[in-house]
Design a protein around this ligand. Structure first.
Ligand SMILES: Nc1nc2c(ncn2[C@@H]2O[C@H](COP(=O)(O)OP(=O)(O)OP(=O)(O)O)[C@@H](O)[C@H]2O)c(=O)[nH]1
Ligand SMILES: [Mg+2]
Length: 240
């Protein structure tokens, strides 16, 4: 058994999936992995099934019928994990933008140093992003400043998708009410945890642009975040 599980959402990650799974299982700490695949046409799910023979009882697959966005995939992954006995539940991308070696640093922040939620952050030690075009850096850093300005939440990398949640955080958030699907989903989860008074700690990480496979970034994801943050803030004011 393990007390920690890493959720990896996938859509067409055939070029990354095997190596990212192997990279997680080669860490010194024993993490389990749950892949949430949205019926990827490139057969990412089939690859996971083949690997399950090798990683029996450590590698799990949740198959969803269609591509419904990152937020929905994570919510179903969270629910799956909460039904089991994991105490630490991670979010991580399949594309090696997040370094699996940092998993244990995020874990220690929660398991040893008392955080409720730890974030692998690109913006605590300057801007630690490698190989992103300048436009993408400006967009992401701009988003982080914008979120801080509107929400007043003291998290620098609010759109980060490299996160460790203590079970209690996910249990306290009403997952049925999470609305957003793209980057806004990441902001919404952190904002809800922050509003509930959970301790959020940012761990500096180096984020690398993907070298294999295709990005799922889109204009609608950006506009959801821009308007979504304002609506989150307004709702939280009325909820008081
Ligand atoms: N299950 C599922 N996974 C998704 C979906 N959209 C993205 N993902 C996965 O979520 C992770 C992050 O998506 P990315 O495409 O890397 O998004 P990004 O990091 O903003 O963009 P790039 O790094 O430029 O590719 C990857 O593992 C994707 O395969 C989705 O709709 N469903
Ligand atoms: Mg990526």
């Amino acid at each position: 058994m393990s007390d920690a599980i890493v959720i990896i959402p996938t859509y067409n990650e055939i070029e990354n999936i095997e190596s990212i799974i192997r990279a997680v299982f080669s860490q010194q700490k024993n993490f389990h992995v749950l892949v949430v695949d949205d019926n990827s046409p490139d057969k990412t799910g089939e690859k996971v099934k083949a690997l399950q023979e090798e990683f029996d009882n450590q590698l799990f697959l949740l198959e969803r019928k269609e591509k419904n966005g990152l937020g929905v995939a994570y919510i179903s992954g969270f629910k799956w994990c909460l039904e089991k006995i994991y105490d630490y539940i991670f979010e991580m991308d399949a594309d090696f933008s997040h370094n699996p070696k940092d998993l244990v640093r995020l874990y220690n922040a929660c398991a040893i140093d008392g955080a409720d939620l730890s974030v692998g952050s690109r913006y605590v030690k300057g801007i630690t992003v490698v190989n992103w075009p300048m436009t993408r850096i400006i967009l992401s850093y701009g988003a982080s400043r914008y979120v801080r300005l509107i929400t007043r939440m003291k998290v620098k990398d609010s759109t980060a998708g490299f996160v460790c949640y203590k079970r209690a955080v996910l249990e306290a958030i009403d997952l049925e009410k999470i609305k957003f699907v793209g980057y806004a989903f990441q902001i919404e989860m952190k904002f809800k945890a922050y509003k509930k008074g959970f301790k959020i700690v940012e761990i500096p990480v180096i984020f690398k642009d993907r070298t294999k496979g295709k990005s799922k970034m889109s204009g609608s994801i950006i506009s959801e975040a821009i308007f979504g943050v304002i609506s989150l803030k307004l709702k939280s004011l009325f909820a008081k």
